[in-house]
Design a binder for this molecule. Sequence first.
Ligand code: ADP
Ligand code: ASP
Ligand code: MG
Length: 435
Amino acid sequence: MQDGFQVFKFGGASIKDAAAIRNVAAILEDFQGLPLVVVISAMGKTTNALEEVLKLYRAGQQEAAREALYAIRDQHRSVAMELFGEAGIPPELADHLNDLMVPVEWQLEDEPSDNGDFDYDQIVSLGELFSTLIIAAYLNQNGRKTFWLDARDAILTDDIYRQGGVQWPETQKRIQSLVPPHIKAGELVLTQGFIASTSDLNTITLGREGSDYTAAIFSYCLDAERMSIWKDVPGVLTADPRKFKNVSKLDRLSYREAIEMTYYGAKVIHPKTIKPLQNKSIPLQVRSFIDPAGEGTLISDALEDEAYPAMVAVEDGQALVHVSTRDFSFVAEQHIKEFFDLIAELRLRVNMIQNTAIAFNVVFNDVDGKVDEFCERLQERYKTLIDRDLQLITVRNYTDETVESLKRGKLVLLEGRLPKTVQMVVREQPVLVSK
Ligand code: ADP
Ligand code: ASP
Ligand code: MG
């Protein structure tokens, strides 16, 4: 296999309109001649808009779903028109975009299937297909030889819709046979993040924000020299700049710190991204598409013992569930096993756990009504209580001062401390100030 592959990933913000796409094309100009695979997400907030189409469809509002779908198509057409200008949208591109619409239009004619997650993936996957087709055509028109690779030919998963689990050996075989011939022919290989295929050739997605993970799959399978994700921030910061002031950029970070922070809500990298890279010691650079000359943050394995500043991650939409035995019996192994079996069956994401003699407290991501189902299923033998709309705050390398300042104006419902990490589940609470 050819050495020195690099994998780039551009997310929704970096391609949100025609000007942003031109900026990405200009960045790629600087990497001529590099064996390069580029993974791209859906434009801007397209995935959210497609989720709305799905909701309308599943609510039986077929006509409204169709209209919402056409609005998304039209928005892509207008971006393409702006990019191609006088020359007009190339006919092959227009045809390909239309072809992609057909199965979804048919789907919207039919009743929703029994599997909402399957329906979701067939509709929501359109965003990445649209964006990459337009960008590939644009790069080709501008003289950058680009091969549009359908990620569904490359990444094989199980059939857990909306959360496809990668079948690594087959995926590796496919990527190793599909990518190198195009790189050898001097082409840039451009593909979609987030989407893949089941063995029945159905489209599946890898979970929201999954394009970073796609780039890591390609990096792993190609033994890439480096992976770079291009963001609207200068690199990994000590906290989300949308939520905190005084954040600072980390120049370097270990895989361990990166995985801990992203798992608990540092949205800058999808948490599944780190493992494949760590397993092959592939460095990950997080850098800015607004300031492409900036150094960004380098994540690698050489930095385990480094002293890091306090880093904060915040995850909204948390539910704290208190489960207690009805007859005052202790929460023992068999109870805990029962809770965990149910958690696994419902695929609930657990963020914190604490138990006492007769109670089990667990914090979940509160999505898709699963928390209610968890409680309903335990109702007969246990008393359950749900606290909703909570925030999970995770602080790595904490100082007491940081923790105290984060608690201000908040009611702490659950707190856990490890040598390097403090986690707390909180609710906003107005601070009383004396008159
Ligand atoms: P993409 O366009 O690739 O999907 P995202 O918008 O998902 O990118 O991720 C970038 C955003 O992540 C930033 O705009 C920033 O608000 C947010 N973010 C959250 N935590 C951090 C952090 N620790 N460092 C940098 N950015 C962060
Ligand atoms: N477009 C998908 C999403 O918004 C995947 C991604 O952007 O990473 O979730
Ligand atoms: Mg994103």
